[in-house]
Design a protein around this ligand. Structure first.
Ligand code: SF4
Length: 683
């Protein structure tokens, strides 16, 4: 064997930076370096990207299937594991039907794995109970933008920040979460773009922004409607664009007629003067680009807030041109792809409606067998149904809902009730600890497939390493399981076969091949007969739904405001150094040394009145749970608001968070809940 350098994609966030993996003669990973000339990262990586090697180190991986025997796990063979899983699944299917089983796929897995997961669910288990972590990040984006624009993805490309006059970042913290792109935003501002940040916290970008609008958590719709009121009243809206390309303007204008800036000062905590300034800046810019994140989506009003952003962009004609658009910043490196692949209960690959008989007929014919025809459950719906005794068997890979889903005690209680919990993982997680069977998974560096980043760019990865022990790629173990269940529908020979089947059934991917993706350094969907080289800007001349829809939205209060018993609001955030549940990044000693495991950010005024000192131990209680952590005193959060990252199992903020949900997408209100904070004796 000779040493090699394998070109691949960073496994962490949705930016999808290009990396080289350096492999020595013994087949061991010796280093990671940025890929020069990559269209997204241009030879840069953030700390997480540089630390990739630690995340997949064979020393702390699960290398063989494990079976729970009372309170510990024992190694078993793949045959034993697959026999146990298939026999348990058959029992549940026979006794309770397909509604009692489900699959949770992974936004860290490839498109091929995700395509296989939804096919396993729909064609083999015959259930639409399939979901993934987009439920708790951008499901409102998919639902909201699909309604208004016909497509639930970033409309423009990341490079457009260098072609815009104004960047509006709302409810997103890209320097922490999408660090390489966050750096590019800063660079674009240095080159002349105006930067406006709308966020309750003083993020790093807020500190350098031309304007920081520090709104109250959850008041996005009130602010957006008041901006629209000003824009229409001052005649700053784009009449030509509206009349030619939108419908519903009269109802929209009527809806915001009385939403004056003064009327929302109290609910938003933003002055009427500043609302007028931001409305003017956004509407009067020649081109303006909206970037947003979970500070928009993770509310009971998440879908309505996305629609509110869309209304604003459409009313000003800031869509379909370079440097414009409405651009969700997707969290995980393949969360866009997992959605595109139909790992959602209501849609097949390419967002083809699961309840449509045409879709069912199309896939039934292509897959040569019956498919699920009953509505499916979301991931949180599966949790609820388990506690009600209606859901019994879950196959889950590459996710750790015990750490990442709201109300951890509730999640644990549900997982304990399952007859069968199968978890495929790289290493032991809090969820895997609760499994009946754990399957050893191959990492991104050990398999072939594709990832779709936040700007809809599909990139091809090839294996640099062999999986440790008997670890296996996800679609490969799903194929073996399907065969145990008597189905050959997943019997592909290689990843390219999976990809080709998927593209043949997914209109927006139809023009792609591994060869073309490699040649073009990734292709942005839609890529088909009409756009063989892919599409960098959506909606240039038309929308997939004909005219775009302007839809009135109404301000809804957060579910759990502060009160005498729980006088502070808690918001969750992510940190530059860690990713998701921390199961990969926390293996890096370099990242681990940067921040103590668990921390509560609190304003100096609140700390003083609660007699909390710097780094002092504190207790944090909500209606759902209690945790202990350490206080970090900072002006980055305003008085009345505290903030916690969710990466740390030692101080899991999701013990505290609220499960109240957006009625359309079932997105839980992870971004805000009421808590009480108090000092603990130092010890
Ligand atoms: Fe990886 Fe995201 Fe960092 Fe790029 S910005 S190196 S994709 S974690």
């Amino acid at each position: 064997m000779t040493s090699s350098i394998v070109k691949t994609v960073c496994p962490f966030c949705g930016v999808g930076c290009g990396i080289n993996l350096k492999v020595d003669e013994k087949g061991m990973l010796t280093g990671v370096e940025p890929l020069p000339n990559h269209p997204m990262s241009h030879g840069k990586l953030c700390e997480k990207g540089w630390s990739t090697a630690y995340a997949i180190n064979p020393d702390n991986r699960i290398t063989e299937p494990l079976k729970r025997i009372k309170d510990h796990f024992e190694p078993i063979t793949w045959d034993e594991a697959l026999d146990t899983i298939s026999s348990s699944l058959k029992d549940v299917l026979e006794e309770s039907g397909p509604a009692a089983v489900g699959v949770i796929s992974s936004a860290r897995a490839t498109n091929e794995d995700n395509y296989a997961a939804q096919k396993l669910a729909r064609a083999v288990l015959r259930t639409n109970n399939v979901d993934h972590c987009a439920r708790i990040c951008h499901s409102p984006t998919v639902a909201g933008l699909k309604q208004t624009l016909g497509s639930g993805a970033m409309t423009n490309s990341a490079k457009d920040i260098f072609a815009t006059d104004l960047i509006l970042v709302i409810g997103a913290d890209p320097t922490e979460n999408h660090s390489v792109f966050g750096g590019q935003i800063f660079e674009a501002q240095q080159k002349g773009a105006k930067l406006i940040v709308i966020d309750p916290r003083v993020t790093r970008l807020a500190k350098v922004a031309d304007m920081h609008v520090q709104l109250r958590p959850g008041s996005n719709i009130a602010l957006l409607n008041a901006m629209l009121h000003v824009i229409i009243k001052e005649n700053w809206h784009n009449r030509d664009f509206i009349s030619q390309r939108c419908e519903g303007f009269d109802e929209l204008a009527k809806n915001v007629e009385d939403v004056t800036p003064e009327s929302v000062e109290r609910s938003t905590c933003v002055s009427a003067e500043q609302i007028r300034q931001v409305a003017k800046a956004y509407s009067q810019a020649k081109s303006a680009m909206i970037l947003y994140g979970m500070g928009i989506t993770q509310f009971v009003s998440g879908t309505q807030s996305v629609i509110g952003l869309s209304n604003l962009a459409l009313a000003c004609g800031h869509i379909g041109r370079p440097g414009t658009g409405i651009n969700p910043l997707r969290g995980q490196n393949n969360v866009q792809g997992a959605c595109d692949m139909g790992c959602l209960p209501n849609v097949y690959p390419g967002y083809q409606g699961a309840d449509s008989t045409d879709t069912q007929a199309k896939f039934s014919q292509a897959w040569e067998g019956d498919v699920a025809d009953q509505p499916g459950l979301t991931s949180l719906g599966m949790t609820k149904a388990t506690l009600a005794g209606d859901f019994r068997a879950l196959i889950l890979f590459g996710e750790d809902p015990v750490v990442t889903d709201p109300d951890q005690n509730h999640v644990r209680a549900a997982l304990k009730e399952l007859d069968l919990l199968v978890v495929a993982e790289l290493s032991m997680t809090e969820t895997a600890k609760m499994a009946d069977i754990i399957l050893p998974a191959a990492s991104f560096a050990e398999k072939e497939g594709t990832f779709t980043n936040c700007e809809r760019r599909v990139q091809h990865i090839t294996p640099a390493l062999s999986p440790p022990g008997s670890a296996m790629g996800d679609w490969q173990w799903m194929k073996a399981l399907a065969e145990r269940l008597g189905s050959n529908q997943l019997s592909w020979l290689n990843s390219e076969e999976v990809f080709n089947e998927m593209t043949s059934l997914t209109p927006s991917y139809q023009g792609m091949s591994y060869e073309a993706i490699d040649r073009e350094q990734g292709l942005q969907w839609p890529c088909n007969q009409d756009a063989p080289e892919g599409t960098d800007i959506l909606h240039r001349n038309s929308f997939p739904i004909g005219k775009a829809k302007l839809i009135p939205v109404h301000y809804t209060e957060i579910d759990e405001p502060a009160d005498d018993q729980y006088p502070l609001l808690l918001t969750t955030n992510r940190l530059h150094f860690h990713y998701g549940c921390g199961s990969m990044t926390r293996k890096s000693p370099l990242l681990e040394r940067e921040i103590p495991p668990g921390v509560l950010f609190i304003n100096p005024d609140d700390a003083r009145s609660l007699k909390i000192t710097r780094y002092a131990p504190v207790g944090v209680r909500s209606r759902r749970g209690y945790i202990e952590t350490r206080a970090m005193i900072t002006d980055d959060v305003p008085p009345g608001l505290v903030s916690m990252p969710y990466h740390f199992k030692e101080a899991p903020s999701n013990q505290l968070t609220n499960t109240a949900q957006d009625p359309i997408t079932k997105m839980p209100e992870l971004k805000v809940c009421a808590v009480a904070v108090f000092p603990l004796p130092s010890g």
